[in-house]
Design a protein around this ligand. Structure first.
Ligand SMILES: Nc1ncnc2c1ncn2[C@@H]1O[C@H](COP(=O)(O)OP(=O)(O)O)[C@@H](O)[C@H]1O
Ligand SMILES: [Mg+2]
Length: 221
């Protein structure tokens, strides 16, 4: 099932000499992991920010479930349809692991009584133990922190997971663990996972790998 569709999408920053994203057309589907590799400055983060609804294309259009993003409420699109995971995890240092996952749910109006069991299930799903749930993020390894960040990003019902170098701070074993989690989210639960990565191991595990160059997206064969 197609979920995000790009038609001739370009993005040019104000006063920039050329487009950061240039005439991209592609349809992303649920159930797949997509990886995007490419040199620094090739437009990867700009493309992710367009998919995330942080900005609108300066040319062309992006549709989500058939609706033009330009005509949607982008705050709501970001909140309800997009999960983002970052290299730097972005966990709250003064909240426990459990509280980190409950917090965004409570912001969306879920009561603490309902948030806790859901957070527990999400954390267990990424292999975080009961004891680790009560720790502060600083008392976890990098790989464990990234798993918490993934669990937190899944607290909404968003079907699209966007990652900017989500394994950038991790060693080989932890990278493999995160790849396995992202692949099972796509293949077993139907998420659409789109990640920017430098890691060829991550790109190799994706269902579809792209190379970005000068704002253009090309499928790797
Ligand atoms: N806020 C900005 N204003 C102007 N130009 C920008 C801005 N952000 C990025 N760029 C330019 O857009 C191009 C693509 O950048 P980016 O999407 O960050 O690439 P990547 O993530 O692949 O390193 C680069 O030439 C970069 O200098
Ligand atoms: Mg970047």
């Amino acid at each position: 099932m197609s979920i995000l569709s790009l038609e001739n999408v370009s993005y040019t920053y104000k006063n920039a000499p050329r487009a950061a994203v240039s005439e991209i057309s592609y349809t992303f589907e649920e159930g797949n992991v997509y990886a995007i590799v490419g040199p620094s400055g090739s437009g990867k983060s700009t493309l992710l920010s367009l998919l995330a609804g942080l900005d609108l294309p300066t040319d062309g259009k992006i549709t989500f479930d058939g609706d033009n993003l330009a005509e949607l409420n982008l705050d709501r699109y970001r909140r309800e349809s997009i999960s983002m995971i970052f290299q730097a995890f972005h966990l709250f240092p003064l909240l426990t692991v459990m509280e980190n996952v409950c917090f965004p749910m409570e912001l969306c109006g879920v009561t603490p009584k309902d948030a806790r069991p859901r957070a527990k299930a999400l954390l267990e799903g990424v292999g975080i133990t009961q004891e680790q749930m009560n720790r502060f993020p600083s008392k976890l390894s990098g790989g464990e922190r990234q798993r918490v960040a993934i669990a937190r990003s899944l607290a909404s019902n968003a079907k699209i997971i966007l990652g900017d170098e989500p394994t950038g701070n991790l060693d080989g074993a932890n990278t493999q663990n995160i790849i396995d989690i992202l692949c099972s989210l796509a293949h077993e639960k139907g998420y659409c996972v789109i990640i920017v990565t430098h890691d060829m191991e991550v790109a190799g595990a994706a269902d579809v790998a792209f190379r970005m160059r000068d704002g253009k997206l090309r499928k790797e064969l």
